[in-house]
Ligand binder design. Structure first.
Ligand code: PLP
Length: 438
């Protein structure tokens, strides 16, 4: 594979961009010695500046349920851009998109638009504190909710020897520059373990504003919740008078039309969306029932933003929702079926080649990990039993064959409506070759 143009761009980039990119996971940390600079995408395909073609399974970290440059998205954005990009006023498309969302989300009465998942999560936590008057937030080991100070604790994989006792996980700050309040007010619990949460709530519920979690763990590969666990969490939150905040930045409009809440039968108090919602544009949302959402009315709990409800992004979001829901939600049925098939075939090819690769999925989200465990059920399994370097080599071997698996060792891969059976077959062939070479 020729990569001279990417190499040349990387040399230029290193002179003017930190790490040659704008977010660490896109740069040489995950793509060694330099990343492919992508020039164009269409459907499930990417092309880099050297003309190499890839089948894309990274899909912009989950932002593209319809794939790249879907004709309907291109058409609406081309039509609307000529009428202006942003007015910082209220918009017809804002109302229409919110109406569509509320119609699909039985646990939601109102929506407030933001731009990124991080902003939405920041607002969700502030709302929980404002509503309850309590200061602490309980999050889970290995769950990531963006890069807001108050949630930047214990989100990254660490050596198991540093994690502490599961009854009292060591709170590990994920960054320099955090104030002590960031982790003093952020309690950390082991996920997928109802007893662990019950214990924490018994001790701390009087000071906990909300329990925040991803419905399926998606920033340590893909770890599904144990059957019944999320319902137990919701019941415990209700019993202890703590708000249940489901961060659907990844799972929303991805695992089902109503996200993880629909898939697992939940009625969270606070929900946040991002990624898939904007179909490649930065659109996020905070949502919930009226009695929760009224907290941000007139800035009682403050949520502002010059770029909130971006006009073109909302046209993309609305079009995505319409396209995915067509024919009784055929879009979601399709991406989930592809995710299931790829998962099953990758697991088969791992078996056939005698490699210790296991692929876990929730619908369209899937991820291969190299482990001797039968199943990864939590963060501590992931930290102690997953060979991240081997995934790094595997994903590079895939990209060398024109199959773009994310180079980020702790994230996941995804399907979109544009993937074809031929794409799946080529991907499985490439995986067979890569596993033989490992
Ligand atoms: C579960 C979850 N919440 C929040 C975020 C932050 O979203 P953003 O990157 O749009 O700020 C992410 C990003 O990966 C995420 O996975």
């Amino acid at each position: 594979m020729k990569t001279e143009n990417s190499k040349h761009l990387f040399d230029r980039a290193m002179a003017v961009l930190v790490e040659g990119c704008s977010s660490a996971s896109r740069g040489p940390l995950n793509y060694h010695p330099y990343p492919a600079y992508i020039r164009e995408g269409k459907g499930a395909r990417l092309w880099d500046v050297d003309g190499n073609e890839y089948i894309d399974w990274q899909l912009s970290f989950g932002c593209l349920p319809l794939g790249h440059a879907h004709p309907k998205i291109v058409e609406i954005v081309q039509e609307k851009v000529a009428g202006g990009t942003h007015f910082a006023t209220t918009l017809e498309v804002e109302v229409e998109t919110a109406e569509l969302m509320v119609g699909m989300l039985p646990h939601v009465d109102k929506v407030r638009f933001a731009n990124t998942g991080t902003e939405a999560c920041m607002t969700g936590v502030r709302m929980a504190r404002g509503i309850t008057g309590k200061r602490k937030v309980l999050k889970f080991e290995g769950h990531y909710h963006g890069w807001y100070d108050g949630l930047l604790v214990s989100s990254n994989p660490q050596p198991v020897t540093t994690l502490g006792h599961p009854n009292d996980p060591v709170r590990i700050p994920d960054s320099s520059g955090l104030t002590p309040g960031s982790w003093e007010d952020t309690l950390v619990c082991v996920w997928n373990d109802a007893n662990a949460l019950e214990r924490m709530l018994k001790i701390h519920s009087h000071e906990i504003a909300c329990v925040v979690m991803e419905g399926a763990m998606s920033n340590m590969g893909v770890i599904p919740p144990k059957p019944g666990y999320l319902q137990q969490v919701q019941e415990m939150c209700r019993a202890h008078n703590v708000l249940f905040y489901l961060d659907e930045t990844v799972t929303g409009f991805r695992v089902a039309p109503g996200g993880a809440a629909e898939l697992y039968g939940l009625q969270p108090d606070i929900v946040t969306y991002g990624k898939a919602l904007g179909q490649g544009f930065p659109v996020a949302a905070i949502a919930g029932p009226d009695h929760i959402m009224e907290s941000i009315e007139y800035g009682k709990v403050l949520h502002y933003g010059s770029h909130n409800a971006p006009r073109l992004g909302l046209y993309a979001a609305k079009t995505m929702l319409e396209e995915m829901s067509r024919d009784n939600n055929a879009g979601w049925a399709k991406i989930n079926a592809i995710g299931e098939e790829v998962t099953q075939l990758l697991n088969q090819v791992a078996k056939d080649t005698g490699q210790n690769m296991r692929v876990q999925n929730v619908g369209s989200m899937f991820h291969p990990v190299f482990t001797d465990l039968e199943e990864i059920t939590g963060y501590r399994d992931f930290c102690g039993h997953v060979d991240l370097a081997k995934y790094g080599r595997f994903s590079q071997l895939m990209r060398d064959q024109g199959v773009f698996f994310t180079g980020n060792r702790i994230l996941h891969n995804l399907s979109c409506t544009a993937h074809t059976q031929a794409d799946i077959d080529r991907t499985i062939d490439a995986a067979g070759n890569a596993l033989e070479q490992l």
